[in-house]
Ligand binder design. Structure first.
Ligand code: NAP
Length: 309
């Protein structure tokens, strides 16, 4: 039986692995389908402390994995298909085999919601991005027109942030009213560089053949009129989807599927802890995920110490 299983190998999961490994708990990390997590999809990470020149997202995650392995963490490629967390041991079905564990750290992250366009997928990381904080400062976006899609706090925050870099920021929303909190909406709409495009959806990202974003085709959903907006970047900020489906009805979560931590990183299920983007819809930064992973590891360690006393 395992002492600690960690689901997810992003910043939260690997930091939890470093801490539990250093506590001699020999953790098993199950990577999920995206080893290294969302950060591996970003190019340069410029806001992770300790890297004044920035660090490649993939490299940062590889370093974290090496650090965890150095202390005895076992990182295995595996996807948890189902989980039974009510009793102890906790049981997981992983690629057809059963794993039993005394504690579980859910660090399964969240995925960016995508528009679902083929051109969007083909130009991802070539001007299409899902994180202004991560990518906004890249040279390719400097003094260029930029597009943000979405009407929530994320879209408003990203659009406001991008005014530092872009010449103009088009904020495209499918309705004529923002969902964002009043303060964030007011701040965005009052900014002279932000130009809202209401009742509109992006139907195509150009230019797939050129291999970079040169513009977006936009359709007004009321008038059906189309226009093309020239831009160098498309920032999609239409929400996130936490990777928590397998825990639905077993661990308390909100309507959107974010696990609700109780005390510290404890969840509603005994011996089950949570860290990172699957429980955090506010900060969603690599460094906050790492911090939450550390907290979950310490909580799991204390829980195990309590059981054995
Ligand atoms: P959100 O509140 O769920 O907003 C998503 C936005 O994307 C909505 O405006 C929605 O349109 C639009 N949308 C969804 N699917 C779409 C699609 N397929 N095509 C086009 N538009 C689409 O998500 P969020 O902005 O990421 O915020 C999530 C949570 O984090 C919220 O609770 C928010 O308050 C919080 N947050 C807080 C801060 C902060 O306080 N600093 C910053 C960021 C996020 P509709 O409005 O028409 O549904």
């Amino acid at each position: 039986m395992e002492k600690v299983v960690i689901i997810g190998s992003g910043c939260a999961g690997l930091t939890a692995a470093i801490y539990t490994a250093r506590a001699n708990l020999n953790p098993l990390v199950l990577t999920g389908t995206m080893p290294g997590g969302l950060l591996t999809t970003t190019s340069i990470v410029e806001n992770y402390p300790g890297f004044p020149e920035g660090v490649d997202g993939f490299e940062l995650m590889q370093r974290m994995q090496k650090q965890a392995e150095r202390f005895g963490a076992r990182v295995e490629f595996g996807t948890v298909e189902s989980a039974a967390v009510e009793g102890n041991p906790i049981k997981l079905a992983v690629d057809g085999k059963e794993i039993e564990t005394r504690t579980l750290i859910i660090a399964s992250g969240a995925g960016h919601r995508h528009l679902g366009l083929e051109s969007e997928a083909r130009l991802e990381n070539k001007g299409v991005t899902y994180c202004a904080t991560c990518d906004g400062a890249l040279p390719m976006f400097r003094d260029q027109p930029l597009v943000v899609v979405g009407g929530g706090d994320s879209a408003c925050e990203e659009a406001t942030y991008l005014t530092r870099f872009g010449s103009v920021v088009y904020l495209i929303h499918r309705r004529d009213e923002l969902r964002a909190s009043k303060i964030m909406a007011d701040r965005a709409l009052a900014h002279p560089k932000i130009k809202p495009i209401w009742d509109s959806v992006v139907t195509e990202v150009m230019d797939v053949e050129a291999g970079k974003v040169t513009g977006v085709r936009v359709r007004n959903v009321r008038t059906e009129e189309e226009q093309v907006l020239d831009c160098a970047g498309l920032f999609v900020a239409i929400g996130h989807v936490p990777n928590t489906q397998i825990f639905r009805n077993q661990v308390e979560m909100d309507e959107a599927g974010y696990v609700i931590p109780k005390r510290g990183s404890e969840t509603s299920a005994k011996g089950v802890f949570v860290a990172g983007d699957c429980s955090d819809h506010v900060y969603r930064q690599a460094v906050t995920a790492a911090g939450l992973g550390c907290a979950a590891a310490i909580d799991a360690e204390r829980y195990l110490a309590g059981i054995s006393q």
